[in-house]
Write a protein that binds this ligand. Sequence first.
Ligand code: SF4
Length: 360
Amino acid sequence: MKNLRDFTLEELEVLIKDLSEPIYRARQIFHWITCKLAKNFQEMTDLPKVLRYKLSENFSLSLPEVIEVKEDADKTIKLGLLLEDKEIIETVIIPEKDHYTLCVSTQVGCAMGCKFCLTGKLGFRRNLKVYEIISQVVWAKKILKERKTNLPLRNIVFMGMGEPLANLKNLIKSLKILAHPWGFNFSRKRLTVSTVGLVKEIEILGKEFPVALAVSLHAPTDEIRKTIMPIAHKYSINEILQAIKKFPRIKNGRITIEYLLLKGITDTTFCAKKLVELFKGLPIKINLIPFNPHPELPFERPSDKNIEEFQKFLLSHKILTTVRKSKGLGICAACGQLGAELIKNSFPNSVNKKTAVRTS
Ligand code: SF4
């Protein structure tokens, strides 16, 4: 059975027309399965019983099963979701001062093989379907509702498992569902897609459905980048820069440059100077991510003093620079850690093995 969570409102309208029902029914159904978090058709009490029956006979609203909920001392919540084919993904609910951010996965595993990322070590299994992406938002909203939290889920960052732009078609459709005013109604500015810099796909996203963009640069020269990110053999930093410059900026927002600080590799004065050369005067902000060490990865975290000096240097050259605070470290939900427990269990195809998620 087709899952109705795969449908945009426009597709639902076509479907409803085919069922010879009035078109406004599509809007009602879309509203139920997004904002109202309906689990089944019986809940849709403003639809005629006959239509509810017809829908339940032909379509599904199934969600992946939540098989694990882990909460860190800092209140970060990591969900392990079991998909229909027994693959497992993770999604992370991150508490902020006045809202929650959800870190969403777009693939099972990842083909990009970044050397500092545990998800990259898992390899690629498959792309997520639209409803599997959307379900992460549905579950996060349900869990926050159950906990009666007053803070809204306001931001979605596509920084979980996988390279979002390598699953472009399903990503764009999911974004359309998430941003639709009759659906979840997320502001496009609050939907952030993170990428290692797939140049052609950045261009397509910019044309078809621009949202906030974050580019995981992580190194300021092609030479250094090639040692930690295989994608650097395909696209140069110059090509990525051109794509960034052309990308439409939502409400004049800045494009985020994610920059991983690896001790002795990307935290040097040389690297800081190169970053200034690359970005001075561009409408970007640099988000520094101090590396989260893990026994499976051969890198070290720079000292706090080095991190501070690196940030100060960029700020002194008028480059807006923030340092990302790691959240969810205690439950392997921080940047670059998704996949930690999967690696231990050599990527299971089984419910009994546990998971964890990454960073783009
Ligand atoms: S950092 Fe992102 S793109 Fe790179 S391997 Fe990890 S999940 Fe894939």
